[in-house]
Write a protein that binds this ligand. Structure first.
Ligand SMILES: Cc1cc2nc3c(=O)[nH]c(=O)nc-3n(C[C@H](O)[C@H](O)[C@H](O)COP(=O)(O)O)c2cc1C
Length: 345
């Protein structure tokens, strides 16, 4: 049986018309106030008209202290939240659901964006360059323990603004090396206080964050994206991986988290996230979404395995706004190429 086009009706998550999910993808087309534009309305509307079950917005900055990306949209104030309303309305009118990805980049930023030293779990700068301004990543300031509630409040307030603007859900970006992942990842987290060291301590920031957000908005409308395994010059995984998952995932379940989005960014799915979902499924009762350039046949196989409930596609959605309809009808897909990044079609 084709499962991709079965509705998803999980009691602890928002209902979806099918299992085809568009991944969060930064496109850098917000206006000078970092508001969503009419072109963005049309871009997201096309994906919903083309049959997507759930659309994750591009990473949306919750506060200037978390910015590190040119022309990324924000949801840090009411004006920016209101600008998302036409996007949400257009997606709903086309029968889709849409979640806002809430983003704080932590040390993967630069004072050019934040205005001040970026914050992180650590005071050690990330290796490499911020491609947005072609400067080395900023030297971060390690957050003090008593500053954490203020950071959680930035996420919780952004989540409230997003739901008030009509979004069906929010996705906390707790993966890909951004702020929460800078605590989860023992390669980065060098703290000696209660937010670093042991598995429990490394998970504390993310769990307290999810607790704060699920107190502010219904837990069934909250997703979290994690990336415990991906390629970064070879396989890159959280240290103490099994213990980390064994502590983090059931605790997220106890908080009532609606869905986990297990991401390997652009890595080979079966070598990374495909292995992770097989570890995570027995630990989590909520919805699991995952993927990365799967063929339709592979996606059906993953759904049939019971390890995931819905499949994410990123670049295929840039190349094929009507990806879901094409898959349903067996039409050929347009291959993605890098030149497609520069226009919002
Ligand atoms: C142009 C582009 C922008 C992206 N921006 C984000 C982002 O803002 N947030 C995020 O979590 N992932 C982001 N990603 C990663 C995608 O969500 C996805 O995980 C990745 O592209 C792998 O899926 P795919 O192989 O189906 O494209 C981005 C990927 C691309 C290609």
């Amino acid at each position: 049986m084709q499962e991709l086009f079965q509705p998803l009706a999980a009691p602890a998550f928002i209902p979806l018309r099918n299992r085809v999910v568009m991944s969060a993808m930064s496109r850098s087309f917000a206006d000078e106030n970092r508001c969503a534009t009419e072109a963005m309305v049309q871009y997201y509307e096309r994906r919903a008209l083309g049959g997507a079950g759930l659309i994750l917005t591009e990473g949306t900055i919750i506060d200037r202290s978390g910015d590190g990306w040119a022309n990324a949209p924000y949801i840090a104030n009411d004006q920016q939240a209101k600008a998302w309303r036409p996007v949400v309305d257009a997606v709903h009118a086309a029968g889709g659901a849409i979640a806002c990805q809430l983003w704080h980049m932590g040390r993967i930023s630069h004072a050019d964006f934040t205005g001040d030293a970026p914050v992180s779990s650590t005071s050690v700068a990330a290796a490499g360059h911020n491609r947005q301004n072609d400067k080395p990543y900023g030297e971060p300031r390690a957050l003090a323990a008593d500053e954490m509630p203020g950071v959680y409040a930035l996420f919780a307030d952004a989540a409230k603004r997003a739901l008030d603007a009509g979004f069906d859900a929010v996705e906390l970006h707790t993966g890909h090396g951004y702020l929460p992942d800078q605590f989860l990842d023992g390669h980065v987290n060098d703290r000696t206080d209660s937010y670093g060291g042991s598995v429990e301590n490394r998970c504390r920031f993310t769990l307290e964050l999810v607790e704060a957000v699920t107190k502010a908005v219904p837990a069934r409308q909250v997703m979290a994206r994690i990336s415990p395994s991906r390629f970064m010059g070879g396989i890159y995984e959280w240290p103490d991986l099994d213990d980390m998952l064994g502590h983090l995932i059931p605790a997220l379940g106890q908080l009532g988290l609606g869905a986990l989005d297990v991401s390997c960014a652009a890595s080979d799915y079966f070598e990374t996230s495909g292995r992770m979902v097989r570890k995570i499924r027995p630990l989590f009762n909520g919805v699991i979404v995952s993927g990365a350039s799967l063929t339709q046949e592979q996606a059906e196989g993953e759904l049939a395995s019971g390890m995931v409930d819905a499949i994410t596609w990123g670049r295929a959605f840039i190349a094929n706004p009507d990806l879901a309809d094409r898959m349903r009808s067996g039409a050929e897909l347009v291959p993605f190429n890098d030149s497609m990044r520069s226009t919002l079609v």
